[in-house]
Design a protein around this ligand. Structure first.
Ligand code: CDP
Length: 224
């Protein structure tokens, strides 16, 4: 008897675009596993901070990536700003990306499939994904959302500072030589600037279900 091929859904996009929330909801709706690949890079940055190493210490970063354990992905403090900036620095190190690749590629292989959220899922990790979504939104809207999230956690924060941090991280993610943040040619682009999560989810769900499959043109899908 032949087994169904696992369904792989790639959800990429810049910081605070809403990709992780969307990806998690898609996974729940379609009964798939879910992986937030950003946590892998965050856990590497956290390990370097804890060990007192700098983010450009390539051997230490590669060793931290190779030695990650599942528990490291739920460690406290992974969303701290220092960790966010560190994650995008270690993510530019080819040895780190290489060490994290096999785990990401295997994820969801044994079951019904998986939704993976990140920056390079549709382009590098799973270019063979049956469905690819690129989620974007204006930098100002993304900063506003991140601000609200942080305020809800009682973190004292200034909007301008959040916006500046997002822009800095976007620039680093887009300009790195290896696996830069960009939509796959065949990605379905969802701009969530004027969409609430329900609307964005409805659009994404229809696309994953196969109701709407037209890839967007490259010009309309550059992250802001
Ligand atoms: O949640 P947010 O969008 O702010 O960030 P994240 O998805 O947790 O990713 C943190 C950092 O990890 C990003 O700024 C990227 O530099 C890096 N990353 C990556 O390079 N490739 C991925 N597949 C996922 C994250």
């Amino acid at each position: 008897m032949s087994r169904a091929v696992p369904l792989i859904v790639a959800v990429d996009g810049p910081a605070a675009s809403g990709k992780t929330t969307l990806a998690r909801r898609l996974a729940r709706h379609f009964g798939l596993e879910f992986l937030d690949t950003g946590l892998l890079y965050r856990a590497v940055a956290r390990a370097l901070l804890d060990a007192g190493r700098s983010f450009d210490d390539v051997p230490a970063a590669a060793a931290a990536a190779a030695g990650l354990r599942a528990a490291d992905l739920s460690a406290p403090g992974l969303r701290d700003e220092a960790v966010s900036q560190g994650a995008s620095k270690v993510a530019a190190i080819p040895e780190v990306r290489h060490a994290l690749l096999a785990f990401q590629r295997r994820f969801g292989a044994g079951g019904r499939g998986a939704v993976l959220a990140g920056r390079d899922i549709g382009t590098v990790v799973r270019p063979d994904a049956a469905r690819k979504i690129f989620v974007t939104a204006s930098a100002e809207e993304r900063a506003r959302r991140r601000c609200k999230e942080l305020q809800a956690e009682n973190v004292a924060i200034i909007y301008e500072r959040v916006l500046e941090d997002l822009r800095e991280r976007d620039a680093r993610d887009q300009s790195r030589a290896v696996a830069p943040l960009l939509p796959a040619d065949d990605a379905f682009v969802i701009d969530t600037t004027d969409k609430d999560i329900e609307t964005a989810f409805a659009v994404a769900r229809a696309y994953v279900a196969g109701a709407s499959s037209a890839p967007a043109t490259q010009d309309s899908c550059r992250p802001v």
